[in-house]
Design a protein. Structure first.
Lengths: 112, 111
């Protein structure tokens, strides 16, 4: 499968714990995006990378959230001190510059 | 603020009929529009896109129409099938690349 992959697909954690999600984009896609989706809503932009550079961060991305793409390939999204309001689907997408974004299957996070 | 929205929350169609899903956008600076299909528990799946220098684009069984004058986007699905049942989102983007999504409309196909 050459699509965008995400790991894990599901994560249950207790409030206050840290979690980390991984995204592997489509090979050779230079852009990688993170979105968050809550039930019944469309995805909301969090941040994106062009190669290893993080070019934009949404105001939704509080200081508890950090994303990296150290080698310009896979990316990680870490949430520190999780809160119940962090429960959502975290989606990753990738693209070439100025072309369509293709999404992965998402990581569903539940914070108890 | 600027937003992308959908006129109807749900759409029910008979199998074999054509479906039309409408979307209004308000950001006049948007120059690229995409329709996504999302099935339960899955990520959004790219269906078709259109740039602002076009007013129509056709794919396999799908057509996207763009009316920049009234800031309206539509997705037409020909001969709707049960497998088309899903939530559909329109999304728009401009120079900054991030997608802004509407809330989604559920398409239900009756056998």
């Amino acid at each position: 499968d050459t699509g965008v992959s995400q790991d894990p697909r599901h994560k249950i954690t207790k409030r206050g714990q840290n979690v980390t999600f991984r995204c592997d984009p489509i090979s050779e896609h230079n852009r990688l995006y993170w979105y968050r989706q809550t039930l019944g809503q469309g995805p909301e932009f969090l941040t994106y990378f062009q190669n290893e550079a993080q070019l934009e961060k949404s105001r939704l991305l509080s200081d508890r959230f950090s994303a990296e793409r150290p080698k310009g390939s896979f990316s990680t999204l870490e949430i520190q001190r999780t809160e119940q309001g962090d429960s959502a689907m975290y989606l990753c997408a990738s693209s070439l510059t100025d072309t369509s974004q293709y999404f992965g299957p998402g990581t569903r996070l539940l914070v108890l | 603020g600027e937003s992308v929205g959908l006129h109807l929350p749900t759409l029910s169609v008979q199998e074999g009929d054509n479906s039309i899903i409408n979307c209004a956008y308000s950001n006049s600076a948007s120059d690229y529009f995409i329709w996504y299909k999302q099935e339960s528990g899955k990520g959004p799946q790219f269906i078709i896109d259109i740039r602002s220098n076009m007013d129509k684009r056709q794919g396999q069984r799908v057509t996207v129409l763009l009316n920049k004058t009234v800031k309206h986007l539509s997705l037409q699905i020909a001969a709707t099938q049960p497998g088309d049942s899903a939530v559909y989102f329109c999304a728009e983007t401009g120079a900054n690349s991030k997608l802004t999504f509407g809330k989604g409309i559920t398409l239900s196909v009756r056998p």
